[in-house]
Write a protein that binds this ligand. Sequence first.
Ligand code: O7M
Length: 220
Amino acid sequence: MLNKIIFAIDEVLDKSILDNLFEYIYGIKIGYPLLLKIGVNETINLVHNFIKNDKEIIMDLKLADIDNTMKSIVSQLEFADSYIAHSFIGIEGALDELKKYIDEKNKKLYLLASMSHKGWNDNFYPYIKNVISKIDPYGIVAPATKLQILKTIRKDFPKKIIISPGIGAQGGEFGDALCYGADYEIIGRSIYTSKDPIGKIKEIVKLQEEKINVCKGSNP
Ligand code: O7M
């Protein structure tokens, strides 16, 4: 079965629902909504099975601060495997030290290359691209709502893991980002607002598989 979903848990869920979704998803993404609603300790309890097993836990606080502050934040969330930061904050005194710190802990850094909402300005992409090239993160976040920029980012960074949000609730079609170069699709509301999250995930996997079968061999 295709295993290309990163579940964005931005709402409080029953632990049993989450545990039942376990086998259908590659990893989970946690951010401010959940941490602020239930706190760090409750979040750790909720995702306990994911910590114990081989599922990636991505901490999405979109870090955008000076090095010392970002390191302090990361040090309090060590249950995660990876951390997401903004690229626009630049290198010296920010991302250079954060990358070193995360490397020392054998964790992963993802950098945002572009965002899924309308107002994001991709005219800054040459600057962002330079920052990403120099920092050399483990992975990149790129939008499923803007497939041409996603395709450009894949071309510019052929070996990086790309994770892509904006599918379902934001209008992107399931599977499109995979066809345009993403490794994983980040999906939140389509799953957690469903009355039947497992049924929904199975449906999404099927749609992703169908899309991949169509785009495989072609060059979107
Ligand atoms: O499927 P949704 O729209 O309910 O959730 C999408 C998730 O991806 C949600 O957690 C957003 O905060 C996040 N996201 C975007 O929607 N757009 C972006 O450009 C970037 C992110 C993100 O995950 O950045 C790391």
